[in-house]
Each structure stands twice: as structure tokens, then as C-alpha cells.
Design a protein around this ligand. Structure first.
Ligand code: ATP
Length: 352
């Protein structure tokens, strides 16, 4: 029976997680899945109250006593340096070695995106390396604050790190019947990093002869993601480029409010979170789109082997949009709770 730590977190995280739980509960009622949800009070409020984001003991309990984390969002203007995010989210990613950041960008209805011209729905699956690159915090500054200041930020890539994320992308493509994997880099400038990624991409890709494989510079890719995103299937890239282009890919496929993500160490642990942040500008108003979080339930179900139920949630999401039950970001007038309830009653209406 999977044990899930639920961290609603800050801002709209609390509101969207409530709806994600409603949808999971509806499926639980109809299917007896046996997920055990354990509430965790972590976030800015706790950090401001106690001066600590997460203790070592809590961290151990999260890692050892749970199979996965379900996170809403972290971020609060009262914590300007975002220390609690670094400790909780980056701590989990690094300490649990969640090296795959999987971000499926699915456009369920072409008309949802003013950026695309085609009429057909499409999806781009993004594999972002999640434990290396510029995110290790290695570096420093010298003569800080003077006119002679020097700063160095280390961009760290290991062969092991590059290989395992590329393999994860190819494995996924193969298992899902996707025909193309594209490496995104900046090999013309990052000579050493680019060379490592390209060599490993070619080597690993050699074991998947049925999948078409190519590499693109990140600047050309961002242009193409706007011009003809439907040409791409699976993208694999480094931590920094993945961070940037996945927001663009989310926007091209209907907006931040729709996008889910999973941080995974395959076979060991997973953390699910919507791509959007805490959105302080709309928090507490009941207008946040809960679909990104609801789709995280879909990813979580698929991760634990309930493929069909994950697809059922996707069908519920599409049906709610077609019905016009949408939050203002998609042009509708429904509240966060109305969208969540609509999808919950759709998925709960018949057991699968
Ligand atoms: P954080 O610092 O936590 O990342 P942010 O506001 O800087 O928060 P996001 O939360 O990622 O960044 O979102 C950027 C903007 O997109 C928000 O200010 C909000 O207006 C909009 N937005 C994000 N998520 C949603 C959502 N689920 N529903 C509706 N609008 C959203």
C-alpha cells in the first residue's frame, strides 16, 4: 500500500492540492486503491514560525517512511531568499537523488493555446536532468561588493548523471512507442559539456535503433517550440535548459496551470508537483487552476502501476475543459473547487 507524504506548501499549493486529493478520493471510493496520505505541515508559515524549514529527523521520516511525496508549491514573498525551498525541495531532489525531472506537456485541445496554429492535440515529454548542472550551488565570489568583484558558478556534469537521464528518456520513448528523442544543448559554446552530452547521447541511443534521434541547440529549440512544437516528441536536456524550456513548453501546451511534473529516482522514490509555483498574486482567491496538481495524481497513479486510472483522470481533465468548467486562466468562470469537484465526479462516476 503506497504511503504518500502530502505537502500542500504555500500560496495556491494549498488550494490545488485540496482538489487533487478530492480527485484521488473519488477514485479511491470506486477502486479501493489503498493509498495512505500523510499530511505534512512544511512551508513558509512553518519556516517563519519555527525558523527551520525541515529537521533532519523529518527528512529521514519523509525518505524512509514514505514511498513518494505529493507537493503543492513552495514560495512566499515573506521569505525573499526562498531558503525554505532550497532546504525542502532542493534537499529532497539532491538527497533522494531524484535525477529524472519528467514534465509531460500535453495540449488536450489545440484551441487552448493561442501560440499554436495546428488543430490537432499533441504532447511533448520533457526529461530534465535534476541533480547536476548549475544547481549544485558550487562556486563563489571574490572581492565581493567591490568594483573588482569576481564570481564563478560551476556547471557540473558527470558521465553517470548524463548517461542515466538520457537512458531514462530513451526507455520512456521505447515503452510509450514514441518515435523521436531530441537532445537539447548548447554544444557550440559549451564545448566540454556539450561534447560529453553528445557522445553519451550517441552511445546510449545506439541501443534504440527504432527511435529517431537528433540534437538541437537550445536557442533553435525555443524558436521551434513556438513555431512548430508538434514536431517534437521526447526532449532530454540539462538541469538549466530543462528548467527554462519546460516553462515555455507548458505555456505552448495551454499554460502553467495545466502542467504536472514528477521528480523520480526510478524504482526508489518519487516526488510529484505541478510545474507552477505558489502564485502569490492569485493565492486565496479560489481561482487557481487545479489541473496541474490533478494531473500529478495521474502521474502518481501511473508510477504505482495504475495506468488506466491515470488515463481516466486525463479524460476527466479534457471533459471538464470541453464542458467549459474552467478557471479564469483558461477563459472560464469556475472556481478552483468547482473544477476539482467536476473532475472528481467524472472520474468517480464509474469504476475501471
Ligand atoms: P513562485 O515564486 O512560487 O514560483 P510565481 O508567482 O513567481 O511563484 P508561478 O506561481 O509559477 O510563479 O506562476 C507565475 C504566474 O502564473 C502566477 O503569478 C499566476 O498569475 C499564474 N499561474 C501560475 N499557476 C497558476 C494556476 N495554477 N492557475 C492560474 N494561474 C496560475
Amino acid at each position: 500500500m503506497p504511503r504518500i507524504a502530502v505537502i500542500p506548501g504555500d500560496g495556491i499549493g494549498v488550494e490545488v492540492v485540496r482538489e487533487a486529493r478530492r480527485v484521488l478520493a473519488a477514485l479511491e471510493d470506486a477502486n479501493e486503491l489503498g493509498f495512505e496520505l500523510v499530511d505534512w505541515d512544511l512551508g513558509a508559515e512553518r519556516y517563519l514560525r519555527d525558523g527551520v524549514a525541515i529537521t533532519d529527523e523529518e527528512f529521514r521520516a519523509l525518505a524512509d517512511d514514505h514511498d513518494a511525496v505529493f507537493l503543492g508549491a513552495l514560495g512566499d514573498p515573506r521569505v525573499p531568499g526562498m531558503e525554505h525551498i532550497k532546504e525542502i525541495l532542493l534537499g529532497l531532489r539532491f538527497k533522494l537523488d531524484l535525477y529524472v525531472n519528467f514534465r509531460p506537456c500535453v495540449l488536450p485541445l489545440a484551441r487552448l493555446s493561442p501560440l499554436v496554429t495546428i488543430q490537432e492535440p499533441f504532447r511533448i515529454d520533457m526529461f530534465r536532468e535534476n541533480t547536476e548542472g548549475l544547481y549544485t550551488g558550487l562556486g563563489g565570489s571574490f572581492k565581493t561588493g567591490t568594483s573588482d568583484e569576481i564570481v564563478i558558478e560551476k556547471d557540473l556534469h558527470t558521465r553517470k548523471g548524463v548517461e542515466r537521464i538520457i537512458r531514462a528518456a530513451f526507455e520512456y520513448a521505447q515503452s510509450q512507442g514514441r518515435g523521436r528523442v531530441t537532445l537539447v544543448d548548447k554544444a557550440n559554446v559549451q564545448r566540454f559539456v556539450g561534447s560529453l552530452w553528445r557522445r553519451v547521447f550517441e552511445e546510449v541511443g545506439g541501443a534504440y535503433p527504432g527511435i529517431s534521434q537528433d540534437a538541437m541547440y537550445v536557442d533553435a529549440m525555443v524558436m521551434d517550440l513556438v513555431r512548430r512544437p508538434e514536431c517534437y516528441e521526447v526532449l532530454v536536456t540539462s538541469n538549466l535548459f530543462g528548467d527554462i524550456i519546460s516553462d515555455l513548453a507548458a505555456e505552448v501546451t495551454g499554460g502553467l496551470g495545466l502542467a504536472p511534473s514528477a521528480n523520480i529516482h526510478p524504482g526508489r522514490y518519487a516526488l510529484f508537483e505541478p510545474v507552477h509555483g505558489s502564485a502569490p498574486d492569485i493565492a486565496g482567491q479560489g481561482v487557481a487552476n487545479p489541473i496541474g496538481a490533478i494531473r500529478c495524481v495521474s502521474l502518481m497513479l501511473e508510477y504505482f502501476g495504475h495506468q488506466q486510472l491515470g488515463e481516466r483522470i486525463e479524460a476527466g481533465v479534457l471533459a471538464s475543459i470541453e464542458d467549459g468548467t474552467t478557471t479564469p486562466d483558461l477563459g472560464g468562470e469556475s472556481s478552483t473547487e468547482e473544477v476539482g469537484s467536476w473532475i472528481a465526479s467524472y472520474v468517480g462516476s464509474e469504476s475501471t
